[in-house]
Design a protein around this ligand. Structure first.
Ligand code: PMM
Length: 303
């Protein structure tokens, strides 16, 4: 029978992280933005206690890990100073990790990644794929932790200007391959890497769909994939009203869950999402679909 989930990254040590390996479905990485201005949950969890309670609630509802971010990456967002990002995320990471929650830190700064790892985070998720801070490779190499290398171009403030591709899948695959080479050259073990096509980052809606339709070509890079589509603009555009008004962020959930199921049916390693229970249900459906399809293919082969 086909494998349901492509092997995840190595280096997930400790009891909290042990929950992320050997699942029969993709990992659900739940978003916890400790920011006043993220595009869908900005301001909701900006207070430390609220953020911790929400993180625990996400895990209780079926998330496998929580991705804590202290800097909005929404297109056009301005950067926050490093000391402010540290102030936002470190106490939340520490308290969630102390409660046994596997925590991923969503940052492009090496110093924030290092502080979060010291506070108990077990994964580093960098939307710049290690390009924003030359110190990032060393931090993740020394920690030996899994590193999510997301594809993007430019910074949040100007990324929309960079959405120009020949063939978007070819370009993203090539750019990710180059990132992997640089990171491995910088001492990061290849088996620690997870790749992410960066849906919505320097990409048009049509680019995003091309990437989702072309995941096999990303699989060819031979590394586990994480994909985040939850509540993103391209879903708002897909679900637009007849007059062209995009569907508002709060009402993109069902579409987000539909894509999560399809991603699981494809066999990605992980899905990044704002909801826990419906996303966990969706990936279970997709994984069961994939198993059933594998079993049928197996029968066809042996008959
Ligand atoms: N998307 C956002 C932030 N961080 N990290 C990864 N690896 N992949 C993503 O698609 C991704 C990310 C933007 O969404 P948010 O503002 O809701 O967190």
């Amino acid at each position: 029978m086909e494998q349901v989930v492509r092997g995840g990254p190595a280096g997930l040590c400790g009891t909290a992280a042990a929950r992320l390996v050997d699942l029969d479905r993709p990992v659900v990485l739940a978003v916890l933005n400790v920011t006043p201005d993220s595009f869908s949950d900005g301001g909701l969890w900006a207070r430390e206690d609220d953020a911790v309670l929400h993180g625990l609630a996400l895990v209780a509802a079926g998330a496998d890990a929580v991705d804590v971010g202290g800097e909005s990456t929404r297109p056009g967002a301005a950067r926050v100073p490093e000391h402010e990002e540290l102030r936002r995320v470190v106490p939340v990471v520490r308290r969630l990790a102390a409660d046994g929650v596997p925590v991923s830190i969503d940052t492009t700064r090496a110093a924030v990644a290092a502080a979060a790892l010291a506070a108990g985070a077990v994964v580093v998720n960098d939307v710049s794929g290690g390009t924003a801070d030359p110190g990032m490779a060393r931090v993740v190499a020394e920690a030996g932790c899994p590193f999510v290398v997301m594809h993007s171009r430019g910074e949040s403030a100007d990324m929309d200007r960079h959405a120009g591709y020949g063939d978007v899948v070819t370009d993203v695959v090539d750019e990710l391959r180059r990132r992997v080479d640089v990171l491995v050259g910088g001492g990061v073990r290849p088996d620690r890497l997870v790749l992410d096509p960066g849906i919505g980052f320097a990409k048009t809606a049509s680019d995003n769909w091309s990437l989702l339709g072309g995941l096999e070509r990303l699989d060819a890079l031979g590394l586990p994939l994480l994909v985040g589509v939850s509540r993103k603009r391209f879903l708002g555009a897909l679900l637009a009203a007849p007059d062209g008004t995009p569907r508002d962020v709060e009402h993109r959930e069902d579409a987000s869950h539909a894509v999560a199921a399809l991603l699981a049916a494809h066999g990605v390693w992980g899905v990044r999402a704002h909801t826990a229970r419906p996303t966990a249900d969706a990936v279970r459906v997709g994984a069961a679909w994939r198993r059933a399809r594998g079993a049928v293919t197996e029968q066809d082969r042996s008959s």
